[in-house]
Design a protein around this ligand. Structure first.
Ligand code: HEC
Ligand code: HEC
Ligand code: HEC
Ligand code: HEC
Ligand code: HEC
Ligand code: HEC
Length: 509
């Protein structure tokens, strides 16, 4: 027989006095204390790794909810048991009477508890939201999978922009979408189903207008930017070659400055659409431009034209920021670029004979793991200098050792064999040296019916204002210079695209 509720007001409500509810109550009390303690730790010290966050904001609240659900199930089971035992005795809904002190106390304690829980879960959900949007959560939770993107991102111009500002952007719709696709990603990591490397272009990337343009206002660019490229040849002295150029970024609303330049033609004034032949959008045989007056012109590549069926199959893609700036946060440098930069900054000494050629050679080989690569880099370079440059290596051991360490660092920064990531599967569409880039359309071979050609004029996008081993007044001009190729290859640089020879390694030369 149930005890008289008016007699013992300090005990648990009678319906909760069953084993199931008791287990639930113990579970929820323990996790509640645990969660509050973890929350305190987060507030005082912050999180040192993403697993603490997952424990605090995913696992602890999950168990708390589970515990409370078990309490409720116990209560319902107990009611059912009583109704079956004495049909008609137990009314379908509980009778609450505030004149009974036990009911009053239960109500006060209960609503106090619910209020506390609401406050805690408000704080908890806010922090859980912040945490699942953090670079730590996106970049470190499944460390191996995201390691290439996180590593490259940390050295990009956007290292202070969070992952979600580009990959999700503002608004509830994309927030929900991202959490749903996130669940699938967790599943594919747990079941080891994810692809290596992660394929690009990212299919469900949010349109650039809603991400990039939240910070960069395309009408506000104007003028040109000065770019200085530092190159070294693959000869004994690692001969330097510098190229200074004014890149006509332009853009600009006439109300802010003169209109013109790359952004103006491509992004603001005109609408450009294209159809690519490959999923990576590297071969573009068909381009359509619609000018502000609505005039339309179609350009087609002279070789590899698309058939009518192929064209009908695919909706043309409207060109936006990502079609040029596809590596704003994750650029995996090709060996040539990475070694040029190390030579320029002095991390590798230009005094070491043939170091440009040798460093690029060891970086261009295929390795299965990072450890294997680092060992092979050290062995390969040490062996070369011992055998071929014996005298130099004897007197300059420190220089060679520092170079080896730097080449290993370059490898760690740009190559991720475990994920099959390096520069090759991730072409950079800015420029045209190591990848087709702008020359996917601007190769001088895209023509329209009325005879116009998408320009390959070397002065359309930039003017070279200085070039040579050491640009001085003698080889500088603000008017713009004719391009001089650093090594003598005749007119080949005019007839062929740069990336037909330059593939990021010395192997292509
Ligand atoms: C400045 C904007 C920006 C930021 C910040 C950013 N990304 Fe990206 N991310 C991109 C763009 C653009 C692409 C390439 C889209 C394409 O080629 O289709 C990309 C591609 C990726 C890819 C696909 C594989 C690859 O390497 O291209 C992954 C995975 C990724 N990002 C994860 C992250 C993570 C994790 C962070 C935070 C540590 C992050 N991103 C920060 C813009 C950004
Ligand atoms: C949350 C703000 C934010 C978002 C979103 C953002 N950027 Fe940026 N971006 C910046 C800032 C700030 C800089 C300047 C960094 C500096 O100069 O140190 C920058 C710099 C750049 C640069 C110049 C890099 C250089 O080499 O100097 C490019 C290009 C660029 N962003 C493109 C993009 C693209 C493309 C996207 C969308 C995928 C994007 N940004 C999204 C804030 C943002
Ligand atoms: C046709 C290709 C193309 C498109 C489309 C394009 N850009 Fe650029 N953008 C360039 C080039 C080329 C440069 C200069 C070279 C560089 O930064 O490497 C540049 C430079 C920039 C810079 C650096 C400007 C500076 O003064 O240093 C930012 C920021 C930028 N772009 C943002 C954007 C955003 C945002 C969009 C989309 C609204 C966009 N771009 C669309 C080609 C393009
Ligand atoms: C998808 C094809 C495509 C790609 C890729 C492309 N462009 Fe263009 N570009 C065009 C078309 C089409 C025009 C307009 C031609 C016309 O006026 O009819 C154009 C025009 C231009 C112009 C104006 C040229 C002039 O006549 O003065 C500049 C500058 C330019 N692009 C820069 C770039 C740069 C820089 C890149 C690489 C970062 C690039 N474009 C990549 C298709 C492309
Ligand atoms: C459609 C625009 C466009 C055309 C046409 C064009 N370029 Fe470029 N070029 C670029 C852009 C954009 C970059 C800068 C990429 C970057 O920021 O790294 C560049 C970079 C370069 C560089 C510097 C490479 C470096 O890393 O230092 C050289 C040299 C160069 N171009 C030569 C030429 C020559 C020669 C021609 C004519 C055959 C030409 N370009 C035609 C857009 C163009
Ligand atoms: C027929 C093949 C070929 C073509 C086409 C070609 N190059 Fe080269 N390029 C070479 C060779 C060979 C070297 C010398 C390699 C070395 O010593 O490292 C070289 C070296 C260079 C270098 C200095 C080396 C470095 O690693 O930075 C630059 C810069 C360069 N080329 C720019 C260009 C540009 C820009 C174009 C397109 C307008 C172009 N090249 C087209 C073959 C070519």
């Amino acid at each position: 027989m149930a005890p008289d509720p008016t007699q013992n007001p300090n005990k648990l409500p009678p319906l909760m006095q069953n084993w199931v509810s008791l287990v639930g109550a113990v579970l929820s009390t323990c996790t509640l204390f645990g969660a509050v303690a973890l929350l305190g730790v987060d507030f005082i010290r912050g999180m040192s790794n993403p697993y603490e966050g997952i424990l605090t904001y995913v696992i602890a609240p999950g168990f708390l909810m589970l515990g409370l659900t078990i309490v409720l199930i116990g209560v319902l089971l107990e009611r059912r048991r009583r109704r079956l035992a004495k049909p008609g005795d137990v009314p379908p809904f509980p009778r609450i009477d505030f004149n009974i002190s036990r009911h009053r106390n239960t109500f006060i304690v209960g609503s106090g508890g619910v209020f506390m829980l609401l406050v805690l879960s408000a704080i908890g959900s806010y922090r859980a939201y912040e945490f699942t949007e953090s670079v730590m959560f996106c970049g470190d939770t499944c460390h191996q999978v995201m390691s290439p993107e996180k590593t490259a991102y940390m050295e990009s111009p956007h290292a202070r922009v969070t992952c979600v500002q580009c990959h999700i952007g503002p608004g509830a719709e994309w927030f929900v979408k991202s959490k749903i696709s996130g669940l699938y990603q967790v599943y594919s990591v747990l079941t080891n189903k994810y692809s290596r490397p992660i394929p690009v272009p990212v299919e469900n990337l949010r349109p650039a207008q809603e991400t990039c343009e939240q910070c960069h206002w395309p009408r506000k660019f104007f003028g040109a930017v000065l770019r200085e490229g530092h190159h070294y040849l693959a000869d004994e002295t690692n001969s330097p070659w510098t190229i200074q150029m004014a890149l006509k970024v332009g853009g600009g609303d006439p109300s802010f400055g003169p209109a013109g330049g790359i952004h103006w033609h491509m992004n603001i004034e005109n609408k450009i659409e294209y159809v690519a032949k490959d999923p990576q959008r590297q071969v573009i045989p068909w381009v359509r431009i619609t000018d502000p007056n609505g005039k339309v012109r179609v350009y087609e590549a002279s070789s590899g034209k698309l058939t009518k069926e192929e064209l009908d199959k695919e909706a043309p893609r409207v060109m936006d920021c990502i079609d040029c700036h596809n590596r704003p946060a994750h650029r995996y440098n090709p060996p040539v670029d990475a070694v040029n930069m190390a030579l320029f900054t002095g991390r590798i000494s230009t005094k070491i004979p043939f170091i440009k050629q040798q460093a690029v050679t060891v970086l261009s080989k295929e390795y299965v793991t990072t450890d294997e690569a680092k060992a092979a880099i050290a062995d390969g370079l040490a062996a070369y200098y011992k055998a071929e440059q014996t005298e130099f290596a004897k007197t300059n051991r420190g220089l060679v050792e520092a170079a080896i360490a730097e080449v290993q660092r370059i490898y760690g920064q740009n190559f991720f064999p475990e994920m099959k990531v390096n520069w090759k599967p991730y072409p950079d569409n800015i420029g045209h040296m190591n990848f087709p880039g702008c020359f996917r359309c601007h190769d001088g071979e895209h023509k329209s019916d009325d005879g116009s050609v998408i320009t390959k004029d070397c002065k359309a996008c930039h003017v070279i204002i200085g070039q040579g081993p050491q640009p001085t007044e003698a080889n500088q001009s603000l008017e713009g210079l004719e391009f001089q190729h650093p090594s003598d290859i005749g007119d080949l640089w005019m007839d062929q695209n740069c990336s037909e020879c330059h593939d990021g390694t010395t192997g292509g030369l």
